[in-house]
Design a protein around this ligand. Structure first.
Ligand SMILES: NC(=O)c1ccc[n+]([C@@H]2O[C@H](COP(=O)([O-])OP(=O)(O)OC[C@H]3O[C@@H](n4cnc5c(N)ncnc54)[C@H](OP(=O)(O)O)[C@@H]3O)[C@@H](O)[C@H]2O)c1
Length: 185
């Protein structure tokens, strides 16, 4: 397998906040729909995508929706001892990536879905990385934040065809999706 490419999927508001009290600060149905589509869709119907998340993000998913369906779920934790059958536990980001390497024949994309320290690992690590960033154009009180995107390493690219270019609005909150890419040649 050539070096896996990581896809970060995140929504952040004006202060780059992503979470509050273990939950999302907002409820944006169309962004949730985008999240599901981008993380679950594969070109090869025989393959699945992997989602890698930290323990708090795992616990923030309502029980009836976890594991995230149609995707290989990897949860990072040094303290969790139990996850449902079929979900993978990894004790480090490196362990998670080693696990991904063993799934090469059945896996298509690798999506990093939070939280803060897991995003940091993906964004500042040595893997090629794409960021799907939903910019929530509003102020929300947050206690968890996206690490700053290093504009020297990441380039903003035109939205690929599977990423909407329009501005959304729900309950008075506007948001749109932008894409950044970090390549190593
Ligand atoms: N806006 C968005 O797009 C978005 C996306 C995801 C999450 N969120 C929000 O962000 C918040 C959760 O994020 P968070 O930053 O607090 O927590 P998190 O990253 O989801 O989970 C942190 C925990 O995960 C484990 N972990 C993380 N990195 C690890 C590593 N490299 N190796 C081993 N274990 C690791 C550790 O668990 P142990 O203590 O067990 O070792 C750590 O305490 C919630 O509010 C959630 O709603 C927002």
């Amino acid at each position: 397998m050539s070096k896996a490419k990581l896809n970060v999927v995140v929504a952040a508001c004006n202060n780059m906040g992503i979470g509050i009290n273990g939950n999302l600060p907002w409820r944006l149905k169309q962004d949730m729909a985008f999240f599901k589509k981008i993380t679950a869709s594969t070109n090869d119907p025989e393959k699945k995508n992997v989602v890698i998340m930290g323990k708090n993000t795992w616990l923030s998913i309502p029980e009836k929706f976890r594991p995230l369906s149609g995707r290989v779920n990897i949860v990072l934790s040094t303290s969790l001892t139990e996850v449902p059958t079929g979900v993978h536990l990894a004790k480090s980001f490196e362990d998670a990536m080693n696990l991904v390497e063993t799934m090469v024949s059945t896996v298509e994309g690798v999506f990093v879905i939070g939280g803060a320290s897991v995003y940091k690992k993906a964004m500042f690590g040595s893997y090629p990385c794409r960021i799907y960033l939903t910019q929530v154009l509003a102020d929300f009180k947050c206690d968890t934040f996206l690490p700053e995107i290093d504009e020297k390493a990441f380039t903003k690219i035109p939205n690929p065809s599977d990423v909407p270019v329009n501005e959304f609005e729900e309950n008075g909150t506007k948001f749109h999706i932008v894409v950044y890419e970090k390549c190593f040649n």
